[in-house]
Design a protein around this ligand. Structure first.
Ligand code: ATP
Length: 445
């Protein structure tokens, strides 16, 4: 994988309706991206799989949907007001601003500007700390402001609702609270596409456990989440690895943290972090809010602050990983064929129905009827906006597993041509069998 591949994936995403630059017609906003029709579908599939796996199919995890705007004291307790900042330096050459910890160093020990390669002496051009949180005024008047913050992670909404969930749902530990939602960070980045955005989506679970169980649960969650990417999302095992944090990387309160990394075009980078956060969060929220957030354990007759294991995943990074993993190029008749080898459950459409001749009304009618029939059972698309070769390439690029082509012969023999996206092999099957064929071949009802 390389930078060239990144450019190609970004271009495919914009060309085929997966991802667009945010506010594009006004020149765009940096590190802000919009999901187009196909992107919105893929993103939803990722979120649905996660929600179904953890909230719907497990008995020990409950869902939550907390607000994005949160009280400033939440972030006094979480440490984000004080500690959530990046050291940034202004390049004297191109005047752009960069994160110091992301810059390479020259032989002379100077930091190199990633944009114009100017050597920056940071003892002269001193870095400054910028808080990553977006502050907003929730008062009706400008002259009497009341500041709140857009959450920089969904987790804090879970911690501040811990007692509400526990008391209303009458649960015992271990108890997980899961949430999918937007988070906001004023990130300074260059060219990492949807890997690092100012507005992004997280899928987080806070799994509350008795302190003595924490280490074992932490290990279980690492295995569980790795398995989710391989067996549920369908990423190849070779593109994933675990990276346990060194002791000196850990936040002072954290007992352990392991990243699941994916081999993105720019190298191995974090897809998800799984942390054993001890009782830090509940303790700090108890201290600042002066509310009792402890748990009474009826088995041991003891009251304590639970420890929490936090598997914290990014929807956008998972989306990006799926695209990187499925992007393929191959040489066909001297031309490059781009194909997104998406697993069928991740593809927007199970199949595309294509009439070979768009001016033949009988062929078009037969194709449209076939499309309407199959659409009752699964997602399919109808397309007659180009020559067949072009239509096949378009479906290859968006990862549609099969194309069903209706031609003049179909009118008499009641058969259609099925083309397989990956092998490009074509077969003739009876029209009546089309939906059943797709269900069997994709393994999806
Ligand atoms: P990084 O070190 O890459 O900045 P992080 O350690 O700050 O990430 P966490 O705070 O652990 O990230 O957030 C959990 C997950 O949320 C990340 O693993 C990632 O998938 C996602 N995430 C965090 N920041 C962003 C962002 N700016 N854009 C997209 N996804 C993000």
């Amino acid at each position: 994988m390389n930078e060239d591949k990144l450019t190609k994936i970004v271009s495919l995403c914009c060309r085929r309706g997966f991802v667009f630059q945010g506010s594009e017609i006004y020149g765009g906003l940096s590190s802000v991206w919009d999901y187009g029709p196909l992107g919105a579908q893929l993103k939803k599939k990722i979120k649905d799989l996660w929600w179904e796996t953890y909230v719907e199919k497990r008995d020990d995890i409950l869902g939550l949907d907390s607000s994005i705007i949160m009280h400033a004291d939440v972030f006094a307790a979480s440490g984000h007001l004080e500690g959530f900042s990046d050291a940034l330096v202004d390049c004297p050459g191109c005047k752009k601003r960069f994160r110091v910890d992301h810059m390479e160093k020259s032989k002379n020990g100077f930091h190199i500007c990633p944009n114009c390669q100017t050597e920056i002496n940071i003892s002269v051009n001193k870095p400054r700390n910028f808080n990553l949180m977006f502050k907003t005024n929730i008062s009706a008047t400008e002259d009497n402001p009341n500041y709140a913050y857009l959450r920089p992670e969904t987790a804090q909404g879970i911690f501040v609702n811990f007692a509400n969930v526990l008391n209303t749902m009458h649960r015992k530990l271990p108890l997980g609270i899961a949430q999918i939602g937007k988070a906001f960070r004023n990130e300074v980045t260059t060219g990492s596409f949807i890997f690092r955005m100012k507005e992004f989506e997280q899928m987080e679970i806070e799994y509350f456990v008795p302190p003595e169980e924490a280490e074992q649960r932490y290990q279980e969650w690492i295995d569980e989440r790795f398995d989710f990417y391989v067996n549920k999302i369908g990423l190849s095992k070779n593109s994933l690895k675990l990276r346990p944090h060194d002791k000196d990387e850990l936040a002072h309160y954290a007992k352990g943290c392991t990243d699941i990394e994916f081999n993105f075009p720019f190298g191995w980078s974090e897809l998800e972090g799984i942390a054993n956060r001890g009782d830090f969060d509940l303790k700090e929220h108890s201290r600042i809010s002066k509310k009792d957030l402890s748990y009474f354990d009826s088995k041991t007759n003891k009251r304590y602050l639970p420890y929490v294991i936090e598997p914290s995943a990014g929807v956008d990074r998972t989306f990006f990983a799926v695209l990187c993993d499925s992007y393929h190029e191959e040489e066909v008749n001297g031309k490059t064929r781009v194909v997104l080898k998406l697993k069928p459950h991740m593809a927007t459409y199970r199949a595309a129905v294509l009439p070979l001749l768009k001016n033949n009304s009988e062929v078009v009618n037969l194709a449209k009827n076939l499309f309407c029939d199959i659409k009752k059972r699964m997602p399919v698309v109808y397309n007659d906006t180009g020559a067949i070769g072009k239509l096949y390439r378009r479906q290859d690029e968006i990862g549609t597993p099969f194309c069903l082509t209706v031609d003049v012969e179909s009118l008499s023999d009641k058969k259609i041509t099925v083309r397989n996206r990956d092998t490009m092999e074509q077969d003739r099957i009876s029209i009546d069998m089309a939906a059943g064929f797709l269900e069997k071949e994709t393994g999806l009802k």
